[in-house]
Design a protein around this ligand. Structure first.
Ligand SMILES: *Cc1c(COP(=O)(O)O)cnc(C)c1O
Length: 372
């Protein structure tokens, strides 16, 4: 067939290692123009809304076919109209991607740029919003480029104070970090099926305040990425998709959400990821690898390590780990040579221990070829 089996773990930022039961949930072909299917879609929308905030009455969730970027692009280009002005905070590649989306779409926008190892500073955002010419603000909650967490609670306060619409890319924080959209005064957030919800790739999603969504009518200049049109259709048809529905991905997501509940919800999943990350970072530090981020801003999702000087060969270590059942990820920083290891998905502290044992073996195998 395709040559892949499941005898390996993905220690990457996504797609992630999923459970067998999530993968098995996809083994069905389902009719979409049928009540049973649209009821599942509605159930998912409600569950996502409930996961995003405890007080979900004025919120709704819209599903968007495609990967996470499709949801982000749909959100930005459906919210920011000709009479609006958007401020984007950037401290990594995903923030830059939002700026690229805004640029290509011809949105009226500006960026506020921070170093990749610095969290977005609410006071600097407040200062930039002060003149009052911005109507919207967008930030990455968990910048997966490095694993850094940005302070959405404080940023929400700043946005509320300035009277601007607050949008966040919560792609890798939704499911992994405990936060409440309403408490964060967030109007829109984008996420996807294949990160910490532990579903398979194929669905982007936006959770938003209904009133803020109603204000988006007629803004989008795209047919397929028009978030308002997608919302309207899903509402009016009670769970229909405007275009071909990603049926298998939906079935997997139903199962993944059930497993999230069984695990004990987002706080329990957060505790498992935190334990994974602590084991990994402490173990790697003991082996001599330097962490890129300060602990205070480090998330439990992904950890960036600085490539040691003196003959370290990332490709070689990558191949060694791959041969032994683990996929890791290259770095994405502009200024330093790094690599990244994810601690999310269906992976456990015992897997982290196996991984660390392997890295130790790699370092100590034969003649030492680099010093850490
Ligand atoms: C994964 C991710 C995305 C979306 O990436 P896709 O490859 O389109 O799924 C966007 N933002 C962040 C912060 C991410 O981690």
């Amino acid at each position: 067939m395709h040559g892949f089996d499941n005898n390996y773990l993905l220690l990457t930022p996504g797609p992630l290692t999923t459970t067998k039961s999530v993968r098995e949930a996809m083994a069905y072909d389902v009719p979409t123009r049928d009540k049973g299917y649209s009821e599942l879609v509605q159930k998912i929308r409600n569950e996502l809304t409930d996961l995003a905030t405890q007080d979900s009455g004025e919120y709704t969730a819209v599903l968007v076919q495609g990967s996470g970027t499709f949801a982000v692009e749909s959100m930005l280009t459906s919210c920011v109209g000709a009479s609006h002005r958007l401020l984007i905070a950037v401290n990594g590649a995903y923030g830059e991607r939002m700026a690229e989306i805004a640029s290509k779409a011809g949105l009226n926008y500006d960026t506020l740029i921070f170093e990749e190892d610095c969290a977005v500073a609410p006071d600097e955002v407040a200062e930039k919003l002060k003149p009052g010419d911005f109507t919207h603000f967008a930030v990455i909650h968990l910048e997966t480029t490095t694993g850094i967490l940005n302070p959405v609670m404080e940023l929400g306060e700043v946005c509320a104070g300035a009277g601007v619409v607050f949008m966040a890319d919560c792609m890798s924080s939704f499911g992994s970090v405990v936060f409440d959209m309403k408490k964060c005064k967030m109007h829109f957030m984008a996420a996807s099926s294949n990160k910490c919800l532990q579903g398979v790739p194929g669905i982007g999603l936006v959770v938003c305040r209904r009133d803020a969504m109603e204000a988006c009518r007629g803004i989008s200049r795209s047919v397929s990425l028009d978030l308002y049109a997608q919302y309207r259709y899903m509402e009016d048809s009670k769970g229909g998709f405007r275009f071909t529905s990603p049926t298998h991905v939906i079935l997997a997501l139903v199962q993944a959400l059930e497993e999230l509940r069984e695990e004990g919800g987002i706080s329990a999943r957060n505790a498992r990821y935190c334990e994974n990350q602590l084991l990994l970072s402490e173990g790697m530090a003991e082996l001599g690898f330097e962490l890129f981020l300060d602990k205070k801003v480090q998330s439990p999702v992904i950890t960036t390590f600085i490539q040691p000087p003196g003959g370290f060969d990332f490709e070689e270590m990558y191949e060694y780990l791959k041969k032994n059942g683990f996929y890791i990820y290259p770095g994405k920083l502009t200024k330093r040579e790094t690599f990244r290891i994810g601690t999310i998905g269906n992976v456990f502290p015992s897997d982290m221990q196996l991984f660390l044992d392997l890295v130790e073996k790699y370092i100590n195998r034969g003649a030492v070829r680099f010093t850490v």
